[in-house]
Design a protein around this ligand. Structure first.
Ligand code: GTP
Ligand code: MG
Length: 370
């Protein structure tokens, strides 16, 4: 749509409509407030008023959302972010529950994970691990496609009585594509028919060579039900994390990824954000994908209000203007104006992409910043 109404043009220039109509009459163009004019005419009018045409570009958006790179001395070690993956019913949620010493699965409708949960587990020694429980691999793939590589380590759950199944293979493929190290949790080892040796051999077929067979894949025999070897699994995660030397600068404007977002009755749009660097605080202004907002409240994974959240901390954010998508970025910006500019730019771009408008920038784009 290479057209804009006279009224809208006046509005964007912050000039009176009457003045714009008069100026156009002098130029020999007769148009009323609600009539549309084309890009060339609009450009002439803008120049007549001495305004500059300022196209919002991807570069401006990038400037707004990405601060300077962090200096090595500002980096502090951070908790590993672990995604639990595996075939249906192999015990992903049960394992996570056991690790959290809480019971989420019990409250789930039909025992199937309904959403992506993000939880922090604090271990006895003080070490922390952030867990993501995915409802399926679609979410993981989608997030990865959207550029959100949030996971440091994948824990692949394989039921000892069932072995490698289609979704196990999928999980292996996704992890490899994302170049994320895998730790295998052979679950349900409390069952009499459990055969962990068979699972190890199956893993070989997928080029995952367990340490016991001379490779570098850590394999733990666990039981979520009998709470068997959970400490060993946690140790393995921390060991793997140590090798990855995970770090982030907590002292900067926060950046992260949307793990989940939904519209909730009485609460508005709510997003689970995984902070990846910096620290988010109540009152911060942010962009989340094509949405913007101001942090009204932050809640931790136990549902408690907190004032701030640093790297690797999953946090529920209230105060969104709209509902972003899983995998969108979450970036704290300078102020409301910048947040709105970036969100509007992205909304326009998304709209254009769906309308498949070819060629150079549209009028909307050109005049958004007069
Ligand atoms: P989805 O989210 O639906 O993909 O399933 P999930 O992988 O999260 O599995 P979930 O934790 O819901 O467990 C599936 C079933 O296996 C439940 O009936 C659990 O009680 C059972 N289960 C999980 N872990 C164990 C275990 O270590 N031993 C035994 N015996 N049963 C287990
Ligand atoms: Mg589950």
């Amino acid at each position: 749509p290479e057209f804009i109404t006279v009224g809208e043009l006046a509005n964007r220039m912050a000039e009176r409509v009457g003045d714009v109509i008069k100026a156009m009459m002098k130029m020999g163009v007769m148009a009323t407030q609600n009539q549309t004019i084309d890009a060339d005419t609009a450009e002439l009018v803008i120049e007549e008023f001495g305004h500059r045409i300022n196209r919002v570009s991807e570069a401006d958006v990038e400037d707004g959302i990405s601060g300077a790179e962090d200096k090595a001395e500002d980096l502090k070690s951070r908790a590993p972010v672990v995604t639990i993956m595996g075939h249906v019913d192999h015990g992903k949620t049960s394992l996570l529950d056991a690790l959290r010493q809480t019971d989420v699965a019990g409250g789930e409708a039909g025992g199937i994970t309904q959403h992506i949960g993000a939880y922090q587990v604090k271990l006895e020694g003080g070490d922390q691990i952030t867990f993501l429980d995915t409802p399926g691999h679609a979410a993981f793939t989608e997030m990865r496609m959207r550029g959100a590589n949030v996971t440091d380590i994948v824990v692949l759950v394989v039921a000892a009585d069932d072995g490698i199944q289609p979704q196990t293979k999928e999980a292996i493929a996704h992890s490899k594509a994302a170049e994320v190290p895998i730790i295998v949790a052979i679950n349900k080892c409390d069952k009499p028919e459990a055969d962990p040796g068979r699972i190890r051999n199956q893993l070989l077929e997928h080029e995952l060579v367990p340490e016991e067979l001379g490779g570098d894949i850590m394999c733990l025999e666990v039981s979520a039900k009998a709470k068997l070897n959970l400490d060993k699994l946690e140790e393995a995660i921390l060991l793997q994390a140590e090798m990855l030397e995970l770090s982030a600068n907590p002292n900067r404007r926060a950046e992260g990824a949307i793990v989940e977002a939904k519209l909730e009755k009485g609460r508005g749009s709510v997003a689970t954000v995984l902070v990846q660097r910096g620290t988010v605080r109540v009152g911060d202004v942010f962009v989340a994908g094509a949405e913007s907002g101001r942090v009204r409240a932050l809640l931790n994974d136990k549902g408690r209000n907190i004032e701030e959240a640093g790297p690797s901390v999953p946090v529920e954010v209230l105060g969104l203007q709209g509902t972003p998508q899983a995998g969108d970025d979450f970036v704290v910006v300078r102020d409301d104006t910048q947040a709105r500019e970036i969100a509007e730019y992205r909304q326009r771009k998304a709209k254009e992409a769906t309308q498949a408008i070819a060629g150079r920038g549209t009028l909307e784009q050109m005049f958004s910043q007069i």
